[in-house]
Design a protein. Structure first.
Lengths: 437, 437
């Protein structure tokens, strides 16, 4: 490869009009009145979005396959040799949304990947590995819990059977919903290369032998996403180089008191859980503050039973979510949560622990080199939210690219990313793919 | 009246077996598995309870009338002169229950009144005034809000039209539900004696002329009820002489924050309403404690929106209920609630104010004299809960009698009052009626 070609490659950028146009077209599927979308996984709206995405992929002669979880893969060959087991660069995100979601969350990563591939085709650019665009099924977890279920199956965090058996609020099985919209594919949903290039065995129990082919070895997975937080915007930066994901621990806390009529019982004769709640909230927030700027605490669910204005509650229940990028610090926070939420009548149960994730140094460096080459203001950061990339990182070298979103708002119709940031993110994705060899 | 007759009168007591038997029979209507009852106002269960009560009244040849609110009145004449406008001693309570209520709340006051009347009949005892047993419609407010609606109409707190127009959760009008169970009576539901004996004009706007007769002047209203609090039980006393009712003020408090994903936003960039909640709870409870043993504060409703484990709530809403028997102290507490719940992003609205009620000194003294005569351990106290007596006290001299209930529990299947206390309460009611002249 000569110097002139390298220079040409370094100047290649995405077609802003085309990418923004596709973002707009996609946002019309399940559009809500205030600019957001409602495109819950495996609904008719999701089906329309999938069909539109596949049509665009087929227009570029990409090879479209669908796996057993309904995730869509669209492959651009590095050269026409027709071997499905050649290693790939995987890139994408998801097309499903929250019930009242934004039009950037997930869609950006899928359509920017498509745009990057189209630029490669238009410019007839050589690349070392096949590139596969992926749209993961049910990332949001809004219709079927848990979230990121298809990338979780891919990485062996859940078995395929478990995932297909999940039901939505009306009792519909995920597997049946897949069939209903015609997206129960035959490609293996589990990453099993059966080759030494697979960096790690999936954790799932061995599956019954299936006719599905083993997956192509994944050389790298790159996911572009809006930040869903305020850091880049407040710093005036365009690109976040995501080196990993915060560790997260979740708790259910219950304070047991005694249900009593609000009037007759003197305060001294009550067993009222509410003042205990007040004290616990204060102690928990003070605890988190003591662990510095990278520590987070959230009490997102909070309810009292029976919830009657003139009845002293019998119980108070609330959730605690603590996060930190460092495992040791998260462990220290955990111990303090247990200490604070101990005592007569207080129950505290840890229900989830997702240790901090550290992405692949080579992939992260490639993203940083791309941002630097394109001269975008950038910073290294950790993701506070979960993404399909977290699961994929268990089985393949992974990194993420963030762009700012207004006020850090996501999972909301008000979610918004500026055109220049959408384009910047897509350009960094394109340049990263070209750097990964 | 000679001394021997007075001595005889003072020895008269209720028939324990008969009263407890009727309590048991009534508890079978709408019985729940754990000893409680579900007898929501104007349901089929309420109809059965009403019919049973009326059957018992008719067996004693009482004159049964039903008013426009469905409240049932059963009259024992002092002498057979047949004038409906003769003054009455009114006594009773209610037969409806909470959705999962106890079998003493309300029923005790109605059936003890019936028992007292039956003892007067059996013993052929002279009394100065006609006695009317009343069972008020929809005291609980569990099916139709507001609570104590029929006694409220009686006292002019609500117009009849307003009350009949109230709807339950399924949209059924109270007036239609009354017709449905056959209890839309013709007696005036509003206390209008059109005579100088009426102590006060009702506050309701003047009603269209109706064929209903003016009510009999009420000389006194006496209501026997379980305490629904722990004071008598803990003091080992059998009778509460209720001199009044705590004043109550209700507030809706909202803390506005900003809905944010639990992960990405550093704590310093959040506008999280939860730590504000923690601080407000602590300050409100500390404030109430500063007003001494008679002050009460309850936060019975508390919710966060959107209520998702990994989302910083956008808003927190909670109710505040403060109570005190003295108007001045309640006002001082009110001012402090407003002061504590002031500040950026905090909204506090008072939604109800029920000033302290002071019952009629003559009626309260009569209850106390009765308890003393019967040698029951007793105390003067205020009611912490609302009762039909609160509204009736606006238009007629009123007092209440309390008996202990186990652990102060009410509005719950576990509600329980010991036989000896049921009998004590009924005996005090009987003796009080005989003292009121």
């Amino acid at each position: 490869m000569g110097g002139a070609y390298r220079e040409f490659i370094a100047m290649i950028t995405v077609n802003a009009t085309r990418l923004l146009g596709r973002m707009q077209t996609m946002a019309e599927i399940g559009a809500l009145p205030n600019g957001g979308v409602r495109r819950l996984a495996l609904t008719d709206e999701d089906k329309l979005a999938r069909e539109l995405f596949i049509r665009w992929c087929r227009e570029l002669n990409l090879e479209v396959t669908v796996d057993e979880m309904g995730s869509i893969f669209a492959r651009k060959r590095a050269r026409p040799r027709g071997d499905s087991l050649q290693p790939v660069l995987l890139t994408g995100s998801h097309l499903d949304s929250q019930p009242s979601g934004g039009r950037f969350d997930g869609v950006l990563g899928v359509l920017a990947a498509l745009e990057a591939v189209e630029v490669l085709i238009e410019n007839n650019i050589n690349h070392a590995y096949d590139i596969e665009i992926v749209s993961w099924t049910n990332e949001e977890g809004a219709r079927f819990a848990p979230a990121m279920i298809a990338s979780g199956v891919f990485a062996g965090a859940f078995t395929l059977e478990y995932a297909l058996d999940r039901t939505d609020a009306s009792g519909t099985r995920l597997g049946d919903a897949l069939k209903c919209i015609g997206f129960a594919g035959s490609r293996s949903a589990v990453y099993r290369t059966d080759s030494p290039e697979s960096p790690e065995s999936p954790e799932s129990p061995s599956l019954p032998s299936s006719p599905s082919l083993p997956s192509s070895p994944v050389k790298a997975y790159i996911e572009l996403h809006i930040e869903q937080g305020p850091i880049l915007e407040q710093a005036g930066e365009s690109i976040g180089i995501v080196g990993g994901v915060q560790g997260i621990r979740w708790y259910d806390v219950t304070i047991h008191g005694k249900e009593t009529h609000a009037g007759p019982s003197p305060m001294a004769m009550r067993n009222d859980p509410v003042p205990v709640l007040g004290a616990l909230i204060s102690r928990l927030y003070t605890m988190a503050a003591g662990f510095g700027d990278d520590a987070r605490i959230t009490i997102g669910e909070l309810s009292v039973q029976p919830g009657s204005r003139n009845t002293v509650p019998g119980t108070v229940q609330f959730s605690v979510d603590i996060r930190h990028p460092l495992a040791d610090t998260l462990q220290a926070m955990h111990e303090q949560v247990l200490e604070i939420c101990a005592g007569d009548g207080i129950g505290c149960t840890e229900i989830w622990h997702s240790p901090p994730v550290h992405f692949d140094a080579g992939c992260v460096d490639a993203v940083e080199a791309a941002a630097r080459q394109l001269n975008y203001a950038h910073r290294r950061m950790v993701s506070g939210a979960g993404h399909d990339a977290v699961y994929v990182s268990r089985v393949a070298p992974t990194a993420m690219i963030f762009i700012p979103c207004r006020d850090g708002i996501s999972h909301n119709e008000a979610e918004f990313a500026r055109d220049e940031h959408v384009i910047a993110g897509a350009n960094v994705l394109l340049a990263t793919l070209l750097k990964l060899k």
